[in-house]
Design a protein around this ligand. Structure first.
Ligand code: AMP
Length: 286
């Protein structure tokens, strides 16, 4: 039998959001929030399903947040697939979609920014995207105070972001429990991403090298190989495939502090690299 779908409520203004959230929160129903920038794929949908299992009511936000993009980045061309997104969310039984425009989120005169430290200054994404975590922390703080969810779901795909947001929710007493979801991959191992649509067919064929390299490095580390040597060999694999490597690093899985051996673990391997004009990130447990 075809699955029953029910169009979610859609709120585009703060008063509409207030009314919808009051309705959802009646009888103390737990509310789960899945923040996204739209262009939804199965990675997003896995977070929605996790939210469905853990919370009575599920809110998905769709907001392409301008403050986390630098001037040279892809804000203008970021994929927008509203109709398909809503159809997917309806099929998952999502209760409410929060879809503010930039003026609603950042009205004239907006002048406040949340500046995360700790994991946000680990020297990974922050080194290449210095705007990024301030933009993320500010918008996520706003999403949390607007929606007031009990639980919020973020993907391990953006591993450093997951750590930053988890810490921030604690530090600012936002009353939200942050829950991480596993990375969803294409059949050939490429981590799903809204940005994968930018890849040319040839780049798309090369892209799984990132995940293959992470697995190779992880295997070597677990076999007791020297960490610096395993990472250097991994970096070579990625560059040889045609990527411009930003970083391939082993870090403590919780603090993101640098580690020099598996004994300092649990260890997470994290990579970011550009292929053509497209920047891809990925990570695995070592
Ligand atoms: P984005 O729309 O790219 O900002 O992503 C919204 C949320 O989905 C973030 O918490 C991401 O970490 C998560 N996400 C993106 N891609 C994946 C994936 N392949 N697997 C799991 N989660 C993902």
């Amino acid at each position: 039998m075809a699955r029953m779908t029910h169009a979610p409520m859609i709120a585009r203004t703060l008063p509409a959001l207030r009314r919808a959230c009051a309705e959802l929160g009646r009888r103390n129903a737990t509310i789960g929030l899945v923040p996204t920038m739209g262009a939804l794929h199965d990675g997003h949908i896995s977070l929605v399903r996790l939210a469905r299992r853990r919370a009575r009511k599920v809110v998905v936000s769709i907001f392409v947040n301008p403050t986390q993009f630098a001037a040279h980045e892809d804000l203008g061309s970021y994929p927008r697939t509203w109709k398909a997104d809503i159809a997917k969310l309806a099929a998952e039984g999502v209760d409410l979609v929060w879809h503010p425009d930039a003026k609603t989120m950042y009205p004239e005169g907006f002048a406040t920014r949340v500046a995360p430290e700790g994991a946000a200054l680990a020297g990974l994404e922050d080194r290449f995207r210095p705007h990024f975590f301030g933009g993320v922390a500010t918008v996520v703080t706003k999403l949390f105070t607007q929606v007031r969810p009990d639980l919020a779901f973020f993907g391990e795909k953006d591993y450093q972001q997951l750590k930053v947001v988890t810490r921030m929710a604690h530090d600012l007493d936002l009353g939200v429990r942050v829950i991480g979801g596993a990375i969803v991959r294409e059949r050939d191992g490429l981590a799903m991403s809204s940005r994968n649509v930018y890849l040319s067919p040839e780049e798309r064929r090369t892209a799984p090298v990132l995940f293959r390299t992470l697995k190779t490095v992880s295997k070597r580390l677990r076999a007791g190989d020297d960490m610096a040597a395993a990472l250097a060999a991994g970096a070579e694999m990625i560059s040889t495939a045609g990527f411009a490597l930003d970083y391939l690093e082993a870090r403590h899985a919780e603090t993101l502090a640098p580690v020099s051996s598996m004994n300092e673990g649990p260890v997470r391997l994290l990579v970011a690299a550009k292929i053509g004009a497209t920047r891809l990130i990925d990570n695995i447990r070592a």
